[in-house]
Unconditional design. Structure first.
Length: 237
């Protein structure tokens, strides 16, 4: 469990759902919705209402019977719990196709994660301008982490290297003082217990989608009307 901003403990599964609640709440607020019930929020988030109420209770909010939750205030509470009341600059290690795509994506800055810098070992990439950042040498990583973006040092690093270079990238990030790492490389990183790691494995996500596609195809085949001869309409001969 993770501590809340007020010192209480909050389950990791709840922490993982809070960004989805926040996305939904922001969308609702932008369309003029002032209040939302736990049932409505649950339906939009794909969970049950009891789970929503339990999750939000960790934030110290319980809604009002017959009225629900005030959307704007709930956005504030979730943002506070997720530490989004100020920016968290990030540094990217790896200026390949993925690293460049991440550095050039303006959505990170808009959500409070501006890119403080991007570094690479390849001399041919150093000096390349990507979005608001310029690719620098890996040797400059420490200076980037210490310098931040004027609001203190960088504490979040992104590993966007090929798998063989990922552990070395993580080691350099830890050495520079980064305490949280988002890893896009398809390997497990060995880091100190004081460093948090989140792994984004695109192949795994695609495999999960293939599971649902297989189930959907099986359900469609089972629902297909039978034709004379015992086969189902649309089935292969």
């Amino acid at each position: 469990m993770a501590p809340t901003s007020r010192g209480r403990r909050i389950p990791e599964a709840t922490v993982a759902r809070l960004p989805e609640y926040l996305r939904i709440l922001v969308d609702l607020f932008q369309t003029g919705t002032n209040n939302v019930s736990s049932e409505e929020l649950a339906d939009l988030a794909g969970v049950n209402a009891a789970k929503v109420r339990k999750d939000l209770s960790y934030l110290g909010t319980y809604g009002t019977r017959g009225v629900g939750y005030e959307v704007e205030y709930l956005i504030y509470q979730v943002r506070r719990e997720l530490g989004l009341t100020h920016d968290w600059p990030v540094v990217i290690v790896g200026a390949g196709n993925l690293g460049q795509a991440l550095a050039g994506y303006g959505g990170f800055g808009a959500r409070g994660f501006p890119v403080a810098g991007i570094v690479d070992l390849d001399p041919s990439k150093i000096g390349l301008r990507i979005g608001d950042a310029t690719v620098r040498s890996l040797d400059d990583l420490g200076a980037i982490v210490r310098g931040g973006l004027g609001g203190g040092p960088v504490s979040i690093g992104v590993v966007a290297t090929p798998a063989p270079a990922a552990q070395g990238a993580a080691d350099r990030l830890v050495q520079a003082g980064v305490t949280s790492i988002l890893n896009f490389a398809p390997v497990l990183l060995n880091v100190p217990s004081t460093v948090s790691v989140r792994k984004v494995d695109l192949a795994v996500e695609l495999q999960i989608l293939s599971y649902y596609e297989q189930r959907r195809a099986a359900a469609n085949a089972a629902a297909a009307p039978r034709v004379p001869g015992g086969s189902r309409q649309g089935a292969s001969a």
